[in-house]
Design a protein around this ligand. Structure first.
Ligand SMILES: NC(=O)c1ccc[n+]([C@@H]2O[C@H](COP(=O)([O-])OP(=O)(O)OC[C@H]3O[C@@H](n4cnc5c(N)ncnc54)[C@H](O)[C@@H]3O)[C@@H](O)[C@H]2O)c1
Length: 413
């Protein structure tokens, strides 16, 4: 049984606790140690009889020093990923690091340098789903022919409580650390990563952005970061690429990913749980969470081939999101006359827990993505003037410069 420690057991970490408890019930792992700065999150774990023997720590460094651990999950907030991963690498453990690996490309380079033995798997779970295996197989057999374009878009409304759930939510930086929280960089990161993953012909390499135009917008007036992002880019191999994701809408509209080639197309819908293959067959599946966990156990046991998401594979995703933010030249506030406050359609929101929505955003996003345009290029009424940029050594500095001047880093009054 793999002896496992879990760092961060509340929030999404609780999902991982429950998922690995299933593997503990199968006799594959033993959850031996838990760490969280929240004692109530630790107590919730302790209340489970299956975790009564697990040692609990409020400082994760003490967990990392606990004897006998073989692997660790890192579920702490994004700004702490770098520090926690470096500490765990120093202890020689296998690491399942939640997505996104880190906010910055320079931090990714630092982790790759520290991870010489290849111990880190990044928690982009969709890559481990049966549907993505089927998609990779179809591409490998030539179902798409020559890949020409990839596009992805999605709408998940997020109300005030989403931004109030944690100090780092909706922030560009927090406690002096980079966060870059926002739909493309966090909530929808899975789908951008998945779209780029599928552009790699061998299923392991990825589509790498070369350059393009990006626009990042803030409809909510009370967050420093963005809630709506667009990227129109070219990937290596002359592949056209278009992404659009927002939290600023009244109605949920799950994620669509389309890969179009000279012979056919692949279409993911339903937040990645439905796949239409080039031959018209439609498959349904899950989001890969258990597939990821099983692959991690095998990886931690020494089966390196099971790691489809090593640190290096996060580079195209970070290049794409840096490209969007750098080309945007900061975050553009959507004028008040083009946004409104709405309750989510589900009606589950508490009174006053409103989302900020851009009227017509669903139609506008569909048009932009289908035509490979940004809102500025499409001439939308609320669009800002943004430019093009290239992926280069200076991309991260260009992005931070844009975000760090004026409105980017401070909450507007
Ligand atoms: N794979 C997915 O589908 C998915 C979904 C949601 C979130 N996530 C990822 O999970 C991670 C956590 O996100 P969240 O929204 O649950 O965050 P969160 O702010 O709710 O924090 C998660 C837990 O970490 C604990 N924590 C905070 N700082 C800590 C520290 N220094 N040491 C130990 N514990 C600490 C918190 O008390 C909390 O219990 C992020 O990387 C996020 O991107 C992944």
């Amino acid at each position: 049984m793999l002896k496992l420690g879990i760092i961060g057991v509340g929030g999404y970490g609780w999902n991982n606790v429950l998922g690995f408890l299933n593997l503990q019930a199968e006799g594959r792992v033993k959850i031996a140690a838990l760490a969280d700065i929240s004692t109530s999150a630790l107590e919730d774990c302790r209340a489970r009889p299956e975790l009564s023997e697990a040692r609990c720590f409020t400082d994760y460094r003490d967990l990392l020093d606990a004897p006998g651990l073989e692997a660790v999950l890192i579920n702490v907030p994004i700004p702490f990923h770098r520090e926690a991963t470096l500490a765990a690498l120093g202890r020689g453990l296998a690491i399942l690091l939640e997505k996104p690996a880190v906010p910055l490309l320079s931090q990714l380079d630092e982790l790759i340098e520290a991870d010489r033995e290849g111990r880190v798997m990044v928690g982009f779970q969709h890559v481990y789903s049966s549907l993505v295996t089927a998609a990779r197989e179809s591409i490998r057999r030539g179902g798409l022919g020559r890949l020409k374009s990839v596009s992805a878009w999605g709408i998940w409304p997020r109300p005030t409580s989403y931004y109030h759930r944690a100090g780092w939510a909706g922030q560009i930086e927090w406690r002096g650390l980079p966060v870059l929280d926002g739909p493309c960089t966090n909530a929808f990161a899975h789908y951008i990563n998945l779209a780029l993953h599928l552009c790699g012909s061998d299923g392991r390499s990825q589509g790498s952005p070369v350059g393009g135009r990006g626009e990042a917008y803030r409809a909510r007036p009370d967050i420093p970061s963005y809630d709506t992002g667009f990227l129109r880019a070219r990937l290596e191999g002359d592949i056209a690429c278009s992404f659009a994701f927002t939290h600023a809408a009244a109605r949920e509209r799950g994620v669509t990913i389309r890969l179009a080639g000279s012979r056919g197309e692949l279409l993911f819908s339903g937040n990645g749980r439905e796949l239409r293959l080039p031959d018209g067959a439609v498959l349904c599946g899950d989001d890969g969470q258990m597939g990821l966990r099983r692959a991690f156990v095998a990886f931690a046991r020494g089966d390196r081939e099971r790691n489809l998401t090593p640190l290096e594979a996060s580079r195209p995703f970070l290049s794409a999101t840096h490209l969007m933010l750098a080309a945007s030249g900061g975050i553009h506030q959507i004028p008040a006359e083009h946004s409104c406050n709405v309750a989510r359609e589900s009606g589950e929101d508490e009174e006053g827990d409103l989302a900020c929505a851009i009227p017509g955003i669903e139609r506008d996003m569909a048009r932009c993505v289908e035509d490979f345009l940004t809102p500025g290029e499409a001439g939308l009424a609320w669009a800002a003037d943004a430019g093009e940029t290239m992926v280069s050594e200076g991309l991260e500095a260009e992005m931070l410069h844009g975000l760090g001047t004026g409105a980017g880093l401070s909450v507007p009054a």
